[in-house]
Ligand binder design. Structure first.
Ligand code: F6R
Length: 608
C-alpha cells in the first residue's frame, strides 16, 4: 500500500526522504516521487514509475533541501506511470496521498468547469486542485483550505502537503489512512508508519480521524476542527535493527528466525506464577464467564490464526467461537450484540475491513478486543481492550512471525478463558502454559535449524503449476495458511482442502505428479489422513507429509515425510506452521521470486 514520508529539519531532506521511502518499500509500490523546497525556497517535484532508484536517478544533481515530502504509490486510479505518481499539485502546492477519494469524478467535473485542467488519471490530483482552489481562489488560510477541501472528500486519506509560499511548514491530515508525526531533535517527520523514521526517532504522535496538523522544524500543532488538541507523545519500543535485514537474504527468513523469541516476548509478560495473567493489558478474562459467543474477525493470515484459536475455544474453554473474514462480516448481517465478544486480530492494526468490522461490532453493542502488533494503531485505539503481540516490526509482505505470536497469544488467552469458566484446573493450566512458553519456541527453533532439509524438499515443488494442501481439524486450518503463503510469494496456484472433502469433487484434479502437502499433526485423525493421502497417491499425486514425531505413518505412504519435534499435539501448529513458511520461502526462492515484495500485494491494506 502507498507510503508517505516528510522531513523538515537541519539536515538535507532529500537523504531522509529517500531513506524513508526505502524503509517503506516493503508496503508494496509501483512508482515513487518527492516534492521539496530547494535552497532558494523554490518548490520542485521529481517522480517516476517503477523503483525508487528511478527517482534517485532523476536527482543526480543532488539538490540541497531542508523540507520535503515523499511517496511510494500503489496504483488504484490510473496505471503506474511518471505522470500518475505523487506528488500532485499546482504552482502553489504539492500533495502526497494515501487512500482513495471516492467522489473524485464529480469534483473533477466541477473543477474543470472552473478552468482547472488535469494531467493525470488520479483521484489525488483532484484533491490537490480542489485545495488549490480554496487556497488561491478563495484565499483561505492553509488550515482553513485543508479543512474545506477534506470536508468535500468522500473516502479515506492520509495527506502530506507543501504550500509554495511557506517553505518551512509541512501540513498533514488524516481520515481512514494512518499517519504519524515523528518528533526528532531539530527535525520533525511525517510518515505512514514508524519504520520509515526509526533511524532518526522513536517518538511520535499518532494523528486521529479528522485531525489536521502543521509541522515545522521544532513545533507540531494539531487541530480537530477549530480546536487545537494536546496529543500524547508515543514511543515505539522497536529499534532500527529490528527493521533491518541483519545479514539475512530476505526479511521473510529473518522474521521466521525471530519466531521463537517473538513468542517468548509476547507470552512472557502475560504469565504469572505459571498461569495466564492479562492484568498488565488491563484485560479481565472474567469476560469469558459472561459472554455466550466469541467472534474472531480478521483478514488473510490473521484470520487463519483465528481459526486455530476457534478450535482451542471449543476444546479447552467450551465456548462457541465463529471466525469470519472481515471483508464479508458486515455484509452478512452479523447476529451480534450484548453477550458477544468480537476479537479483531491484525498485525498492522490498520486493515480497513477489520477496522470496519470492529466499528460495526461496537455499534451493535458487542464487547471488543483487539489482538494487534502495532502500538497506537487504529484498531488498537478503537477496541474496548487491546492485547499487543510483541513480534517487533514485520516487514516482509508475507506474514510469518505475526501468525506465530497471534496463535500463541490466543492459545494463552483461551487457557485463561477455560480457567475462568471452570473448564480447566490450575495444575492442568500450568502444564499447558509451560508447554506453550517453554517447549513451543524450542520446537519452532528446532524446525528452523532444519531449514536446509526442508529447503531440499522444495526443488520439485518449485516446478509445480498447481498443488494441494490437505488436512483435517486444526491441520486443515494450517493447510489454509500454508497454501496462502505459497500462493502469495511463489505464484504457484494452490488450494487448501479439508482432506475428507477431496472425494466430493476435487480429487478429479489430482493426476500424475500433482504435489499434495498433507498435514498430519492431530493424532486422533492420523489414520483417516493416511487413507486420504493414499487416495491421492493412488491417482499419481506426489505427497509430502508433515506429521507429529510419533505419527504411525509408514515410510511408503509418501515421497517425503517431515516429522515435527516432540510437543503436545495441541501445540504442534507452531512448529508445523514454521515448516509451511519455510516451504513457501524456499519454493519461491527456487523460482527466483521477489520474496519480500510479491507482485500486486501490499503489506497493510488500508482500503476496502
Ligand atoms: C499474508 C498477509 C495478509 C495479512 C492480511 C491482514 O501473508 O500478510 O493476508 O495477514 O492482509 O493484515 P493485518 O494482520 O495487518 O490486519
Amino acid at each position: 500500500m502507498c507510503g508517505i514520508i516528510g522531513y523538515i529539519g537541519k539536515e538535507n531532506s532529500i537523504k531522509h526522504l529517500i531513506e524513508g521511502l526505502r524503509a517503506l518499500e516493503y508496503r508494496g509500490y509501483d512508482s515513487a516521487g518527492i516534492a521539496y523546497f530547494d535552497e532558494n525556497n523554490s518548490l520542485h517535484s521529481v517522480k517516476a514509475a517503477g523503483r525508487l532508484a528511478n527517482v534517485e536517478a532523476k536527482l543526480a544533481d543532488k539538490p540541497v533541501s531542508h523540507c520535503g515530502i515523499g511517496h511510494t504509490r500503489w496504483a488504484t486510479h490510473g496505471a503506474p506511470s511518471d505522470v500518475n505518481s505523487h506528488p500532485h499539485g499546482t504552482a502553489s502546492l504539492r500533495i502526497v496521498h494515501n487512500g482513495i477519494v471516492e467522489n473524485y469524478a464529480s469534483i473533477r467535473e466541477e473543477l474543470t468547469g472552473l478552468g482547472y485542467t488535469f494531467e493525470s488519471d488520479t483521484d489525488t490530483e483532484v484533491a490537490a486542485k480542489l485545495l488549490d482552489y480554496y487556497y488561491k481562489e478563495e484565499k483561505l488560510t492553509a488550515h482553513a483550505a485543508i479543512e474545506r477541501m477534506t470536508s468535500r472528500l468522500v473516502g479515506s486519506w492520509a495527506l502530506g502537503i507543501l504550500f509554495a509560499d511557506t517553505p518551512n511548514v509541512i501540513w498533514c491530515a488524516r481520515k481512514g489512512s494512518p499517519l504519524i508525526i515523528g518528533v526528532g531533535e531539530d527535525e520533525n517527520f511525517i510518515a505512514s508508519d514508524i519504520t520509515a523514521i526509526l533511524k532518526r526517532t522513536r517518538n511520535y504522535y499518532q494523528l486521529d480521524e479528522g485531525e489536521i496538523a502543521k509541522v515545522t522544524r521544532d513545533t507540531v500543532t494539531v487541530w480537530q476542527g477549530e480546536k487545537t488538541v494536546e496529543k500524547p507523545l508515543l514511543t515505539a519500543d522497536w529499534d532500527i535493527e529490528a527493521a533491518e535485514r541483519g545479514g539475512f537474504a530476505h526479511f521473510m527468513i529473518k522474521e521466521i528466525n525471530e519466531e521463537p523469541s517473538a513468542i517468548r516476548t509476547t507470552l512472557g509478560c502475560r504469565i504469572k506464577n505459571g498461569l495466564p495473567d492479562f492484568a498488565s493489558d488491563a484485560f479481565d478474562v472474567g469476560i469469558f464467564k459472561k459472554v455466550t459467543r466469541v467472534h474472531i474477525v480478521a483478514c488473510g493470515t490473521a484470520m487463519h490464526a483465528g481459526l486455530i484459536a476457534k478450535g482451542a475455544f471449543a476444546s479447552l474453554a467450551k465456548l462457541p467461537c465463529e471466525v469470519e473474514i472481515a471483508s464479508e462480516f458486515r455484509y452478512n448481517d452479523p447476529l451480534i450484540g450484548e453477550g458477544d465478544l468480537v476479537i479483531i486480530i491484525s498485525q498492522s492494526g490498520e486493515t480497513a475491513d477489520s477496522l470496519a468490522a470492529l466499528r460495526l461490532s461496537k455499534e451493535k453493542g458487542a464487547a471488543t478486543l483487539a489482538i494487534v502488533n502495532v502500538i497506537g494503531s487504529s484498531i488498537a485505539r478503537e477496541a474496548d481492550s487491546v492485547i499487543y503481540t510483541m513480534a517487533g516490526p514485520e516487514i516482509a509482505v508475507a506474514s510469518t512471525k505475526a501468525y506465530s505470536v497471534q496463535t500463541a497469544l490466543m492459545y494463552l488467552l483461551v487457557i485463561g478463558a477455560a480457567m475462568t469458566r471452570g473448564k480447566l484446573d490450575a495444575d492442568s493450566a500450568r502444564s499447558k502454559v509451560t508447554e506453550l512458553y517453554e517447549r513451543a519456541p524450542e520446537a519452532v527453533a528446532e524446525m528452523i535449524a532444519r531449514e536446509n532439509e526442508i529447503g531440499s524438499h522444495c526443488k520439485w515443488l518449485a516446478e509445480a503449476e498447481d498443488l494441494f494442501y490437505i488436512g483435517r481439524g486444526a491441520d486443515y486450518h494450517l493447510a489454509c495458511e500454508g497454501s496462502l503463503k505459497l500462493k502469495e510469494i511463489s505464484y504457484i496456484h494452490s488450494e487448501a482442502y479439508a482432506a475428507g472433502e477431496l472425494k466430493h469433487g476435487t480429487i478429479s484434479l489430482i493426476t500424475e505428479g500433482v504435489p499434495v502437502i498433507a498435514l498430519c499433526t492431530v493424532p486422533s485423525l492420523c489414520e483417516k489422513m493416511v487413507s486420504n493421502i493414499r487416495e491421492t497417491t493412488a491417482r499419481g499425486a506426489k505427497a509430502l507429509i508433515i506429521c507429529s514425531h510419533d505419527a504411525e505413518i509408514a515410510d511408503d505412504t509418501a515421497s517425503h515425510i517431515i516429522r515435527l519435534p516432540k510437543i503436545a499435539s495441541e501445540l504442534a501448529f507452531l512448529p508445523a506452521v514454521t515448516v509451511l513458511q519455510l516451504i513457501a520461502y524456499h519454493t519461491a526462492a527456487a523460482r527466483g521470486c521477489d520474496i519480500d515484495k510479491p507482485r500486486n500485494l501490499a503489506k497493510s491494506v488500508t482500503v476496502e
